[in-house]
Design a protein around this ligand. Sequence first.
Ligand code: A3D
Length: 318
Amino acid sequence: MARPKISLIGGGQIGGVLAQLCALRELGDVVMFDIVENMPQGKTLDIAEASPVDGFDVSVTGTNDYKDIAGSDVVIVTAGLPRKPGMSRDDLIEVNSKIMTSVSEGIRDNAPDAFVIIISNPLDAMVTLCQKITGFPSERVCGQAGVLDSSRFAAFIAWELGVSVKDVTAITLGGHGDTMVPLVRYASVAGIPVMELLEQKYGDAAKAQEVMTAMVERTKAAGGEVVKLLGNGSAFYSPASSAVAMAESFLKDQKRVLPTCALLDGQYGVDNFYVGVHCVIGAGGIEKILELKLDETEQALMDNSVAAVKELVGSMNL
Ligand code: A3D
């Protein structure tokens, strides 16, 4: 049986890590496309030459020709500019929507059956644009943001409580921006509400709330924290890991429940609009959207986040 084929559009910082992770996990043959001549060929040759050491039997190749993504099962898009210190993700919309337009045409014309995962920012707007241009069914076009935002939230909780990251569940919903919604009520450690554990640790509900609020705010600003430290470019290891989890769930029909930017169909009072929600990802792509019961405060935060995304998407005049 032929190996699955994974194409990466954009061979920059995230693209490079994606190629290496896909190869190390033997998810399939990897093709990296970029407009910069020779760079994707060089990067993938470098990764492939480590295959005897790492022991992976998949091919990893680079190209500047969209024809080489033909027959892709999965396409992951990172083409576009990352932000610089002081920039918001939304500042990238003008330049990245031009790039996303040409990328989406390339995917539409050459990999019409692929499951497409967008990572380029501003995320929710770029996913919307890609789905419009490709015309692919919404279950095959989605965005990676929530896996990373939730992973950041979970990491902060694990570090605060001194427990394994494996036992923490943390959820963020909404757009991938300053208005994202980390859900405190659903954060747990092996099923125990995190607020309960913080109260035990500090013996004081007000202090527990203060610590939780700091973790929520850090989660919302986590991308910017990395941008500031790097001084040039944005996070790239963690976004790549997050997208690989989504690709793997699709390729292996794992049916994992992953926070994903998906087209809503009435959930949370939102219709025909892309935003971050819990999805079941399997061989059928986005197989199901799981709607959580939000209380009044949580719903207001979600409404606020959706409104921010709507304003941004509206500015593209699609
Ligand atoms: P970078 O290292 O600059 O790589 C981007 C690549 O895109 C470069 O190699 C470019 O040559 C290439 N490119 C530019 N135009 C085109 C085109 N028309 N067709 C094909 N390739 C092109 O950036 P990066 O890898 O660090 O980040 C990529 C994107 O991901 C940026 O928009 C970031 O803002 C975004 N990002 C998203 C997250 C999320 O969690 C959603 C996290 C971090 C970064």
